[in-house]
Design a protein around this ligand. Structure first.
Ligand SMILES: [Zn+2]
Length: 114
């Protein structure tokens, strides 16, 4: 199996225990981990509310599937959600408050839970 940089995904060569392609990636990875671990509830809630607002705007304009790279998804952080269901052999279903979605090939498939 090809090994890849834990930060940027570039293929790795050299020592088998190597995890990053360069010092910049190692630093970025550890900085972010430290940063995320220190996020308080206020910051997490801000991110979740922003995610919800973005999903609500997309949903209310009638869109049911959208690439994560679409400009209407700007500011959306897919690392934050309110719940996740994972059935064997199925894609995980994520929830953000009253919205649920799956992500397939960089595309988000959205529905509102009534
Ligand atoms: Zn890298």
């Amino acid at each position: 199996m090809e090994r890849r940089c834990a930060e940027c995904g570039a293929p790795l060569t050299g020592r088998p225990d190597k995890r990053f392609c360069c010092d910049d990636c190692r630093t970025a990875f550890h900085n972010r981990r430290y940063h995320d671990a220190g996020k308080g509830a206020v910051e997490v809630n801000r991110i979740l509310r922003l995610n919800r607002r973005i999903l609500a705007a997309v949903h209310s304009s009638g869109i049911r599937s959208i690439p994560l790279s679409d400009s209407r998804m700007r500011g959306y952080d897919p690392r934050y959600f309110t719940a996740m269901e994972k059935a064997p052999l199925r894609r995980p279903v994520y929830h953000c408050y009253e919205y649920s979605f799956i992500i397939r090939s960089g595309r988000l498939y959205l529905r509102q839970i009534s």
